[in-house]
Write a new protein. Sequence first.
Length: 364
Amino acid sequence: MAKSDTSKASALNEKEGIKAPDTLSSASAKAIKSKRQKQPSVPYLVKGITEGNITALSRAITLVESTNPKHSEKANKIVTSCLPHANKSIRVGITGVPGVGKSTFIEALGKYLTDNTKKVAILAVDPSSSINKGSILGDKTRMEDLVKEPNAFIRPSASRDSLGGVARNTREAIILCEAAGYNVILIETVGVGQSETMVHSMVDFFLLLKIAGAGDELQGIKRGIIEMADAIVINKSDGENIRNAHIAKVEFSRALHLYPPKESGWQPKVLTASAIENTGIGAVSKMIDQYISLAKEQGFFSAKRNNQNTFWLQTTIQQYLHDSFFKNKNISVALQQEIELLKSGKTTPFNAAKKLLKSYNEQT
C-alpha cells in the first residue's frame, strides 16, 4: 500500500514540473522593459545629431516638444550643445491659404534642392493642430517622393496649446536640424491667424504662395501678408490656368511697387510655377539664392538674425513670466477673488492687477 501511495504522489509532481517557455520568462520580460525605459544620454544624442543621424535628431526634437520638465531640461542641454554647429543654413518660410498647394510646392522645391546636393529639413508651424491633435504635414504621406530622399528630413508639427509653445519648438528644432547638417530649412505655416507673423520672425526669406482666378488676390493685399513677403509665387500655373497666372503676376507686381522699399534693398519679385508639372521651381530656388547673396553683401543677413534672436529672447521671457504667474496656485486663488470684486464693482482692473503683481513679486 505504501508503494502505491508513493507512485501516485510522483505522478502528480511530474505535471507541476513543466516550465514556461523562455520567451515568457519574467527575466526576459524584465530585460526588455529595462531596455525600453533606458533613455539615451545628452552626449549620445548630440554626437548622433552632429553626425547626421536622423533617429537622434528625431528623438531630440521629441524632447524639445515634450511638456515634461525633465525632458525640457535635457532638451535645453542638447540645444545648447548643438549651438556651435548651428546657424549655417538658409531658413525659408512658406505660407499661403489652404488649397494653394503648399505641400505639393514644398515637395517639388525640396526635391529640386536635394537633387542639387542640398540637405533639406521641412518643419511645420500649426498652432491650430492643438484642436484636433493633428498636423498640417499629417503622417508625411502628402510628400511621398521627398520622404524617400536620404538628404531630406520632414517633421510634422506637434500639438501645443499656444502659438508661443509652437514657436519655441520650431526655433529649437531649427537649431537641431542645422547642427545635423541641413543647409536649407523650409518652414511651412498653416496660413491663418498669427502664424505667418511668427514664421516671418524666424526666417531669412519669406515666400507667399498664391493661386490665380480664385478671387483671393485682393484678400491677400487686405490681410497685409504681402508686406512681409520677399517674393510671391503664383502656384498652379498650368493647363488652362496659365493665362490667369500671368495676369495675376502683373497685378501683384504692380501692387508690390506701392509698398515702401525693404530695409535689405531687395525688391520683392513675383514668379509663376507649377508644382504638379515641376515648372518654375528652379527659378524660385535661384531667386532665393540671389536674395541671400544681396542680404549678405549689404550686411542685412546677420543684422536680421541678431534682431530675431533679440526678439525671441524678449518673447521667451514674456512667455515664461506669463506661465509662471498664472500657474502659481496662490495667484490663481487671489485672481478669482479679484474677479469677484470686479463683478461687484469694488475694485478696478488696474488696482486688481497691481495687487496681484505685488503679491506675486513678494512670493518670488
